[in-house]
Design a protein around this ligand. Structure first.
Ligand code: HEM
Length: 155
C-alpha cells in the first residue's frame, strides 16, 4: 500500500513537474529552507525565554513568534510535498526522512499540548506549570528535525 502510494505520487503530474521543471524544485527547496528558518528560529526564541524563566518576555513575544512560526510552517507544508514527490519512492523509504516526520509530529503534538495546558492555567501571565518541560521538548524536536532534514540527502 505505502509503495503503491509512493509510486503513484512520484509519477503524478506533481512528481513529473518537480523533476522536469528547471525552477520548481530549486524554488521549493529555497522556500523550504526559508520556512525552516522562520519556524525553528521563532520557536527557539520563545523556548529559550521559557527555559530561562523569562515568562513575561515570553508572553510579550509569543504573538509575534507564533505569526512567524505559522508562516514558516505554511512554507514547509507547501514546499515539502513538492520536493517529496520528485523522488517519493526513495524519500518514502529513507529512514532519516521518516525520522524527521516523527520529530515534526512530536514538535506539533507538544505545541498543541502546551496551548491546551495554557488555556487551563490560572496563572497570570498564562504560562503552564510545566512550561519549561514543553520548551525543552520543543527545542530538541525542532533542532533535530532540521538536522534530519539536511541529512536526508546523505542517506
Ligand atoms: C514542518 C517542519 C519541517 C522542517 C523543520 C523541515 C526541515 C528541512 C530541512 C532543514 C531540509 C534541508 C533542506 C536543504 O538543506 O536543502 C529539509 C529537506 C527536505 N524536506 Fe523538510 N522540513 C519540514 C517538513 C517537511 C515536510 C512536511 C515534507 C514533505 C512532506 C518535507 C520534505 C523534505 C524533503 C523531501 C527534503 C529533502 C530535500 C533534498 O535533500 O533535496 N519536509 N527539510
Amino acid at each position: 500500500m505505502w509503495s503503491a502510494f509512493l509510486e503513484s505520487l512520484e509519477f503524478s503530474s506533481l512528481g513529473l513537474a518537480a523533476r522536469g521543471s528547471v525552477w520548481l524544485y530549486p524554488l521549493a527547496n529555497l522556500a523550504h529552507v526559508v520556512g525552516a528558518t522562520f519556524l525553528v528560529g521563532a520557536i527557539l526564541v520563545f523556548d529559550l525565554l521559557l527555559l530561562r524563566r523569562r515568562y513575561d518576555m515570553a508572553s510579550a513575544v509569543s504573538r509575534t513568534a507564533l505569526g512567524v512560526a505559522a508562516t514558516g510552517l505554511a512554507l514547509l507544508l507547501i514546499s515539502g510535498p513538492i520536493m517529496f514527490s520528485a523522488e517519493a519512492t526513495a524519500f518514502g523509504r529513507n529512514p532519516v526522512f521518516l525520522g524527521k516526520m516523527l520529530l515534526i509530529i512530536c514538535g506539533l503534538a507538544n505545541l498543541s499540548l502546551y496551548h491546551w495546558a495554557k488555556r487551563r492555567t490560572m496563572l497570570a501571565p498564562p504560562i503552564p506549570a510545566n512550561a519549561r518541560l514543553h520548551a525543552g521538548v520543543s527545542a530538541s524536536a525542532w533542532i533535530l528535525a532540521v538536522i534530519a532534514g539536511r541529512s536526508i540527502a546523505y542517506f
